[in-house]
Design a protein around this ligand. Structure first.
Ligand SMILES: CC1=C(CCC(=O)O)c2cc3nc(cc4[nH]c(cc5[nH]c(cc1n2)c(C)c5CCC(=O)O)c(CCC(=O)O)c4C)C(CCC(=O)O)=C3C
Ligand SMILES: [Fe+2]
Length: 343
């Protein structure tokens, strides 16, 4: 018996005074240099201290409620975040007060890896611990990087962006960079590591195939951390510098389900400006969470779990992520990166 759905996301500030405390929540204990934080704060303040992520999560939840109702599933949907209000600890306390005993959790990331999967397990465990006895049982839904509805929604967004630039524009997929050590540790050790970047590569391949692109690039964005620590590269902006002479650029943020600050700053601002400076037409594909198929995807994952049927997936690459109460997907799966000591 499942009696609720919890939408678990990253969170973002909703005003200038919220930016610094939000960033402190995100980076607590993670070895991000203070100079990087100042720089990131300026990006948020450039947009009035407001990230679109919370509003977009609310809109997506409204669509999911309608889709649940359409399929006759009577499940209330709750919303909680890792880093900003509504905080997941408060949401799980409310769920307990409302008598929720068993909930499914939809995490707003399609991928495996420490930041994209294991940290959501940690959020679940922390929130349950914070409400103490009789905490609701929380089962996280699986990674969906190769789900047919995810690939279909992203592919249509790419086609719409391609229509805005000349034919034969370069197709570039981007996802959030992570420390190379974190990517090497992503997945269960027996799988050989790099579950995050390999799933990103699989999703990119499936979308490229669906839109009929014979060549494309996979690059990274939003790197932080000290410069001496290797992260996945190349960076999107550096990559654009190597593309002088292409008829145009289509950027697809395949690593994200929603627009948020790092999409509107790193892509719509920095990458778009670099392309403009080089005289290259530029279009950015929409993220999928505004597409009706995204709500269908979420409810399909719920039904897949409830009915115990085989996962709908388009690639042979392993997915995971579905566990109870914050249990790891496998022993030693996605071990956190060793953080360099703060100076
Ligand atoms: C893989 C991944 C995803 C995708 C999976 C998912 O979506 O969950 C993601 C999403 C997001 N990341 C976001 C924001 C930030 N990420 C940061 C820092 C970091 N991200 C990392 C990885 C990821 N991040 C990592 C390895 C760090 C270094 C510190 C650490 O090891 O944890 C920092 C600190 C400042 C900085 O260093 O840039 C900020 C502000 C926002 C919300 C933006 C908004 O407010 O709209 C979203 C959706
Ligand atoms: Fe991030």
């Amino acid at each position: 018996m499942v009696d609720a759905l919890l939408w678990l996301s990253f969170g973002g500030p909703e005003g200038p005074a919220e930016v610094r405390p939000f960033l402190e929540n995100v980076t607590r204990g993670r070895g991000v240099p203070p100079e990087r934080l100042d720089e990131v704060e300026a990006h948020y303040q450039h947009f009035g201290g407001v990230s679109p992520i919370n509003r977009l999560n609310h809109e997506a939840i409204t669509a999911v409620r309608a889709e649940l109702a359409r399929r006759g599933l009577d499940l209330p949907v709750y919303f909680g975040n890792r880093n900003w209000h509504p905080m997941v600890e408060d949401t799980v306390a409310q769920m307990k007060a409302d008598g929720v005993r068993h909930a499914l959790v939809f995490p707003t990331s399609a991928y495996g890896g420490y930041s994209a999967c294991r940290q959501y397990h940690e959020d679940i465990a922390r929130a349950r611990a914070s409400v103490g006895e009789d905490a609701p049982d929380l089962v996280k839904l699986r990674q969906f990087f190769d789900h047919p509805l995810f690939i279909a929604a992203v592919s249509d967004a790419v086609r719409a962006a391609q229509a805005q630039v000349p034919p034969d524009s370069r197709l570039i997929f981007t996802a959030h960079s992570v420390p190379d050590s974190a990517d090497r540790a992503a997945g269960p050790p027996a799988e050989g590591g790099r579950r995050y970047s390999r799933q990103v590569a699989e999703a990119a391949r499936l979308v490229a195939e669906s839109v009929g692109a014979s060549s494309y690039d996979v690059v990274w964005q939003s790197r932080s951390g000290p410069p001496q620590v290797p992260w996945l590269d190349p960076d999107i902006v550096d990559h654009i510098d190597t593309l002088v002479g292409v008829p145009g650029i289509v950027v697809c943020p395949i690593g994200f389900v929603s627009d948020h600050l790092e999409v509107v700053w790193d892509l719509d601002t920095e990458a778009a400006e670099r392309a403009a400076a080089l005289g290259i037409p530029f279009a950015r594909a929409a993220t999928p969470n505004g597409d009706p198929r995204f709500a269908e995807l979420v409810v399909s994952l719920v039904e897949e779990y409830l009915d115990g049927v085989a996962p709908a997936k388009l690639s042979a690459f392993p997915g995971a992520g579905c566990t109870r109460n914050g249990t790891l997907c496998a022993p030693l799966c996605c071990e956190p990166a060793k953080r360099p000591a703060r100076p």
